[in-house]
Design a protein around this ligand. Structure first.
Ligand code: ZN
Ligand code: ZN
Length: 215
């Protein structure tokens, strides 16, 4: 009668193939069982994981080092690509949260846009953080508050520094003022006031409501 190791060695390929086939066929069941086992034995599982990690730390480190040395260039290329892509994604998320446009003039081209601290303190905030990515992450953590940050184009950003009004806003205000025609009621009140000698602006503004809109 063959000893067990002898039997195994003789039929190794067939045994392994059977195992592979079984695992493939019952993949979902096995994964579900493992999940349940891990949930029910979480302390023991993490303890044994830790034990394995400690026992094999040096070996794993050496493996990692060897892998790193053998694949250094491709790893670095991959890392650069990944961090570039993730940076782009974070920036896109932030810009989308703030409408992808200058809050002042509506400029939409990304190259012209920058994040603006509405209440000032931008320089101090940036100083606390190592880089632009960290700034994006911080604003994300705050939940993209609309009362503290906005997107501005570089022109509007420069023009509003020191809490000045952007020329766009001044122009809009002037335009709005010139477009705001008084209601005919107001014109009539002013005419009546003038006819009765009450031609000051304040009197017109404070004219009784009954004159204008009462039915
Ligand atoms: Zn702008
Ligand atoms: Zn502007």
């Amino acid at each position: 009668m063959p000893t067990l190791p002898g039997y195994y060695l003789k039929n190794r390929e067939a045994i392994l193939a059977r195992g592979r086939e079984y695992r493939l066929k019952n993949r979902d069941v096995i994964l579900a069982q493992k999940r349940v086992y891990r949930q029910e034995n979480s302390t023991a599982v993490s303890a044994s994981g830790r034990k394995y990690y400690v026992a094999n730390r040096e070996r794993r480190r050496a493996q990692n080092r060897a892998y790193w040395l053998a694949n250094r260039d491709s790893i670095l290329v991959h890392q650069r690509q990944y961090s570039k892509a993730s940076r782009r994604a974070k920036k896109a998320e932030l810009y989308a949260a703030y409408g992808n446009a200058c809050a002042c003039c509506g400029e939409r081209r990304e190259e012209f846009l920058t994040i603006d601290h509405i209440n000032g303190g931008g320089r101090a905030h940036r100083k606390q953080l190592p880089n632009q990515d960290a700034l994006y992450a911080d604003i994300r953590r705050l939940g993209y508050p609309k009362d503290r940050f906005r997107l501005l184009c570089w022109n509007c950003n420069a023009a509003t520094s020191g809490r000045r009004l952007c020329p766009h806003q001044r122009e809009t205000d002037t335009l709005l003022a010139s477009l705001m025609k008084p209601c005919p009621h107001q014109v009539e009140i002013a005419a009546m006031a003038q006819a009765s000698g009450l031609d000051t602006h304040a009197d017109v503004a404070n004219a009784p409501v009954s004159l204008g809109h009462a039915m």
